[in-house]
Design a binder for this molecule. Structure first.
Ligand code: TRP
Length: 509
């Protein structure tokens, strides 16, 4: 009963929520430009292989860690070993950092969706540089996430996932069908996306695909541990993992079907070269696509509305998983009710996201103000979390489940071998090469030491160190709670509220 009250009500709800967390800006914004920078189909192929071979195993491990403890990541790792709780803390801190820039990007999608009929093309720099506008949309986006998470796992996260994920799927089907029917250029676009040319795939392309797969599956931080902790006993985790990975893979594949034919169509019609479209760059979604939509006239406006509404939905179902990780921890560690926990987390992260949005806007407009170590704050947070801390967390999750749990609980057979050897080895490779790329970035063919890059690695190490220290000092010997605490905290709040109300009635002043 307790589990039901606190957690997901149905298996489908759990799977859709996890898939909603997975499908996000990583798929809509990251995947297309990374795929086109790394040889199209070959990248897609490696990406899908990573999802099903490596990502799925790590996801299963994270679900399992959460489910066996029915608690926040800190308690979950503590239950594996009292010395391992710091990993859980890291798995709470990383999402908090991600949230600070995810809010900003979510705000961008809201702005773009609302702006579809006015036209977004050519407005990117102006919007990005307009502090008030960016903050306004960031706040709107954050408030939607706040509302959903406040309503709770079952009534907020699960319900919204059941509504939003199918909506997203329908929109994506409409857009990709439309895109495939555009005529000129579609053939070329499809060939580019679906005919693999492995000669174009470099080592760094493979690593980028692996990293992308991890980010897209929301691995390497507390999200899947937290969602796993809310899954009921009736859920078969292996099956759910398969469902989530398939949904993520299929949706990503369809994003490519929507984007590439449209881009090649535009190139064919406007006579512009592909390089002019900035296909391999981060501006693909926010600069190039609006241009493509605008070129299509009224139909393009509707398409733009659909695309950016879908992006806003995808960003929402993702950000709530990040928000829930931190909220769950605060509720359980401090025994406060959900409303209070989620409000505090939102307030702090929105405040932190303001300088991030500002810094991004400045750098998009060619200014290097508000940059640290040669990067704007979004890039900085992104490289610290995605390239370094997330692989670390994912690695530790695999080691915890593969090696640290009592023998009776370990995975056997194929998944056991993958979990103990192959997956950790691949994650180490991603992490090391990612770090190498940061510290010794390739500049004109040769690699040169970058002190800025080195500083980024140092920051990541400091964050890990702080987590270890904070855990030892503040959490190791204290109660860090479990899912059961939430019901108590909420009940207590209700009691206090009604007691307060009664007092108010008896002695009106
Ligand atoms: N998977 C999401 C995306 O593709 C991002 C995301 C949501 C995430 N929750 C996460 C990434 C937790 C890491 C950890 O955009």
């Amino acid at each position: 009963m307790e589990q039901k009250r606190n957690g997901f009500g149905t298996r489908i709800g759990f799977e859709l929520a996890a898939a909603g967390s997975a499908v996000g800006l990583g798929n809509l914004w990251g995947f297309p430009y990374k795929a086109s920078a790394n040889g199209g189909a070959a990248y897609l192929f490696v990406y899908l292989a990573c999802i099903f071979l490596v990502g799925a195993i790590a996801m299963l491990a994270e679900f399992y860690i959460g489910r066996r403890s029915k608690a926040n990541p800190v308690s979950a790792y503590k239950a594996i070993s009292p010395n391992w709780g710091w990993i859980g803390l890291l798995a709470v801190v990383v999402p908090a950092l991600i949230m600070c820039y995810y809010y900003v990007l979510g705000g961008y999608t809201v702005k773009y969706a609302l702006n579809s009929f006015v036209g977004n093309a050519g407005r990117f720099e102006r919007f990005a540089g307009n502090v008030g506008d960016v903050i306004l949309h960031t706040v709107v986006f954050a408030l939607v996430a706040l509302a959903i998470v406040t309503a709770g796992v079952r009534h907020g996260i699960e319900k919204s996932a059941k509504l939003l994920l199918p909506t997203m799927l329908v929109i994506l089907i409409v857009i990709s069908s439309f895109s495939l029917l555009l005529g000129a250029g579609v053939q070329e676009g499809l060939a580019y996306y679906l005919k693999p040319d492995f000669s174009k795939l470099t080592g760094s392309g493979i690593l980028s695909a692996m990293g992308q797969a991890f980010f897209s599956l929301s691995l390497g931080c507390g999200a899947m541990i937290t969602y796993g902790s809310y899954s009921g006993k009736q859920v078969n985790l292996a099956r759910s993992t398969a469902v989530v990975c398939i949904l993520d893979g299929v949706l990503t594949f369809m994003v490519g079907l929507a984007v590439f034919p449209a881009l090649f169509h535009y190139a064919a019609v406007s006579g512009s070269g592909l390089s002019e479209l900035g296909m391999g760059g981060t501006g693909l979604m926010f600069i190039t696509l609006p241009m493509v939509f605008e070129d299509m006239g009224a139909g393009g406006q509707i398409l733009s509305l659909l695309y950016f509404t879908m992006a806003a939905i995808a960003a929402t179902t993702s950000v709530i998983s990040i928000l829930e990780v931190v909220t769950q921890f605060i509720i359980q560690r401090h025994k406060v009710d959900r409303t209070r926990a989620v409000s505090v987390v939102t307030l702090v992260c929105v405040a932190l996201s303001i300088p991030v949005g500002l810094s991004l806007g400045l750098s998009l407009n060619g200014s290097s103000e508000l940059q640290i170590f040669g990067k704007n704050l979004l890039e900085l947070l992104d490289s610290v979390t995605n390239t370094l801390l997330m692989p670390l967390c994912a690695l530790l999750a695999c080691i915890a489940v593969g090696w640290k749990l009592p023998k009776s609980e370990r995975f056997t057979g194929f998944s056991g071998v993958m979990l103990r050897f192959i997956t950790p080895a691949l994650i180490v490779v991603i992490g090391l090469f990612g770090a190498l790329d940061i510290v010794f970035p390739a500049a004109e063919g040769a690699r040169a030491f970058s002190s800025d890059g080195f500083a980024v690695v140092v920051i990541a190490c400091i964050i890990v160190l702080l987590c270890v220290l904070a855990y030892r000092i503040f959490l190791r010997d204290r109660d860090t709670g479990s899912n059961a605490d939430e019901a108590e905290a909420n009940a207590l709040r209700k009691e206090k509220l009604s007691a307060g109300l009664q007092r108010g009635w008896q002695r009106p002043e």
